[in-house]
Write a protein that binds this ligand. Structure first.
Ligand code: ATP
Ligand code: MG
Length: 685
């Protein structure tokens, strides 16, 4: 047990201590869920700072910004204990965030070394697709929906996916097409031309897309002149969830720490769930090859889950085709058996979960210690309705992107254009909102702005469009004001809202609701935020719903609704797994064995989030939409990931008597009801 004289590593077990106190050599910690990998990483950062490492020279790379913030809190707590306020201040200087977030920050500091203007804008996935589409048009490639011209050119989302896959996997476009999109091979030359033009357009407009952030950072780190400076500025790099890094990220790390000195990675190959983003567990498996000096340490005690939960989790992962045996011992012996609950349908599942959440709430378990997890964002719809009906507050992660809604994108386009007048996508977006301006006129206005070197005053000199003169004047003067960037960011947003509100009312039926979303953004901007970093944050780590930005109600206790992907690394006293059926998890999109194995690991991630109460729901009927068939209701079999061994550790119960009645799928009988009646008649003679 921890005692005060244990200092900065207080509360860690012997294995964790060895890892946290490890010297400078490359270190990999591979261990199962809940063994304290993240805890150990935080302790290691605190230890480094206490040992006089410059906190501003520490890069702490995590999967979400939320995870980084949480980890830095833990670092701060440890340091406050050991070094008082100075320690806490030091913790705030650590560079923590996602790969992309930290990349953006590094590039804002080192942009000049690459000859990159400081005010570059970041394209999100949607912008990337739009710009690709614009370039496609310029090349006069056939549009995806166009007729004739032989085979159809892929849709913009597919083009973006090919490009990103190739960047993240380190493959050429041809290789990516061959392995992932063989049916698009015939478009290889055209796609390469498209990607070249897209790169050119980004260069001209001072834009970077998500993948560029990593590629530019990598180029900087690999550079014979700038690289060494960057390395001495950031001599320590620590990475959580290493199993979900891809080839590009591994290459970047290799350039940041060529011999692995100062590099620490932690992960669990059994929790690898991002291969669709080109993540590869080869990074874990080959760590020793990439860094011959590497030390690999295990952690073997699980502190999170009760033995009852762990038994089920271990049985789930034991069935994996490929698996690296890990020892996991539970420290928490007492706890209820996990429940497998058969529900008639998704509505009953929602009612059951809501009941149970409130029941546990009554017995003292706060809402924020409970979470409902699901495979796909839309799986939570029925539950959301039920919770709303009962006034149970919740927050949703990994859902429909708040920032992808049109009105939010509109508002941000004004800010982005002000920040970077060369950003043509944002310029077009703003211009097309104005009455009296069509494509042709908008394109001309963009060209004029380009020629004027981004001076909005050039617009003031051009004639106003007929039927929209006052809006035009207001718009031009707004852009000039914003470009000066003198006001507070939230006042800037207020100005935009004033101009935008009537335009929005003319376009959308639910303008009032949308206006509240925009108000959230204004609140989020708060005081004293720097516009460029605010935009970068929003683009890189967007809140997934208006509620997630939760200005005024932030303190309110809320139930968590989250996709399984977005729940990784987190833990809750009570976890409810929704739709544990065929087509739920594994998803019906998972077709080959590798995809099914990834779904299994995802299910393992979900169940290992639970500390004490694990409830797995199996709706017996589900709304199905099998490809090629009409939608309808169908029977849903229990997920195959709950193997007999896993089920043996659970208590199986029906949510209600109704649920018992719903029959599992039965093959059609050889006789029909008419046959039976005929037989009865026959027997009567
Ligand atoms: P995951 O694989 O899910 O990311 P992890 O290995 O990162 O899990 P942590 O989240 O760091 O695990 O820790 C799991 C839980 O165990 C946390 O509640 C943490 O506070 C607790 N814990 C970790 N180490 C110890 C310890 N030595 N003593 C007591 N509790 C611990
Ligand atoms: Mg963790």
């Amino acid at each position: 047990q921890p005692s005060p004289d244990e200092g900065i590593l207080a509360g860690l077990n012997a294995q964790q201590r060895t890892a946290a106190g490890h010297g400078d050599g490359p270190l990999l910690i591979v261990a199962g869920a809940g063994t304290g990998k993240t805890t150990t990483l935080a302790a290691r950062v605190a230890h480094l700072i206490q040992e006089d490492a410059d906190p501003a020279g520490i890069l702490l790379l995590t999967f979400t910004r939320r995870a980084a913030t949480e980890m830095l809190e833990r670092v701060a707590r440890r340091l406050r204990g050991a070094m008082g306020d100075a320690g806490e201040r030091a913790a705030r200087e650590v560079w923590g965030g996602t790969f992309h977030g930290v990349a953006a920050r590094v590039l804002r500091v080192y942009h000049a070394a690459l000859g990159l203007p400081r005010d570059f804008s970041i394209l999100d996935r949607g912008d990337t697709e739009d710009l690709l589409d614009l370039c496609r048009g310029r090349l006069e490639l056939p549009s995806a929906s166009g007729k004739g011209a032989g085979a159809r050119f892929p849709k913009k989302a597919v083009c973006a996916a090919v490009l990103s896959r190739s960047a993240n996997s380190g493959e050429t476009v041809a290789e990516t097409l061959e392995t992932r999109y063989p049916h698009l091979m015939q478009h290889e030359a055209a796609l390469r031309r498209l990607f070249d033009l897209y790169d050119e357009a980004k260069g001209e407009q001072n834009l970077l897309d998500f993948d560029d952030l990593l590629l530019f950072w990598e180029a900087l780190a690999a550079d014979p002149k700038a690289g060494p400076a960057l390395r001495s500025r950031f001599p320590r790099v620590l990475v959580d969830e290493y199993q979900d890094t891809n080839v590009l990220q591994a290459r970047l790390l290799k350039n940041l720490a060529p011999d692995g000195r100062g590099l620490t990675a932690v992960g669990d190959d059994a929790q690898a769930i991002y291969s669709f983003r080109a993540a590869t567990i080869r990074n874990i498996l080959d760590f020793g090859e990439h860094y011959p000096a590497a030390t690999v340490l295990p952690l073997e005690t699980n502190y999170r889950s009760t033995a009852a939960v762990l038994t089920v989790a271990n049985a789930v992962i034991a069935a994996a085709a490929e698996r690296h045996e890990k020892t996991l011992t539970a420290t928490r012996q007492i706890g209820p058996k996990p429940l497998v609950v058969r529900c008639r349908d998704e509505a009953e599942q929602a009612r059951f979960i809501a009941d149970r959440v409130l029941e546990l709430r009554e017995s003292g378990l706060e809402l924020d210690k409970q979470a409902a997890l699901f495979r796909a964002s839309h799986h939570s719809l029925a539950l959301e309705l039920e919770l709303q009906k009962r006034d149970v507050p919740f927050k949703k992660f990994g859902g429909l992107r708040f920032l992808e809604t049109a009105h939010v994108k509109d508002l941000l386009a004004f800010l982005r254009l002000a920040e970077n007048p060369r950003d043509e996508i944002s310029a077009l977006r703003c211009l097309l909102l104005l009455p009296g301006i069509g494509r042709g006129r908008a394109t001309k206005a963009v060209a004029a702005l380009r020629e004027a070197g981004g001076e909005f005053s050039t617009w003031a000199d051009s004639p106003a469009p007929s039927g929209g003169a006052s809006e035009w004047t207001a718009f031009v003067s707004l852009m000039q004001t914003l470009a000066a960037n003198r006001d507070d960011l939230s006042s800037q947003i207020r100005r935009i809202r004033n101009l935008y509100r009537p335009l929005m009312e003319a376009t959308y039926a639910n303008a009032a609701e949308r206006n509240r979303d925009l108000e959230q953004i204004e609140l989020l901007a708060g005081r004293g935020r720097d516009r460029a970093s605010f935009l970068a944050d929003l683009t890189l780590d967007p809140p997934s719903s208006a509620a997630a930005t939760a200005g005024p109600h932030e303190d309110e206790e809320r139930l968590t609704l989250s996709t399984m992907h977005s729940a990784k690394g987190l833990e809750f006293e009570a976890v409810y797994v929704l739709n544990a059926c065929q087509g739920g998890i594994p998803s019906d999109q998972a077709e080959d064995d590798a995809a099914i194995e990834e779904e299994r690991r995802l299910f393992y991630v979900a169940v290992t989030r639970a500390r004490t109460h694990l409830t797995i729901c199996h709706p017996l009927t589900r709304h199905l939409k099998p490809r090629g068939l009409r939608d309808g209701y169908g029977f849903a079999e229990l997920t195959p990931f709950l193997t007999p061994a896993a089920l043996a550790g659970c208590e199986v119960m029906p949510a209600s008597e109704d649920a018992v009645d719903a029959a599992p799928p039965t093959p059609a009988a050889t006789v029909t009801a008419a046959d039976v009646r005929a037989a009865i008649r026959g027997r009567r003679g």
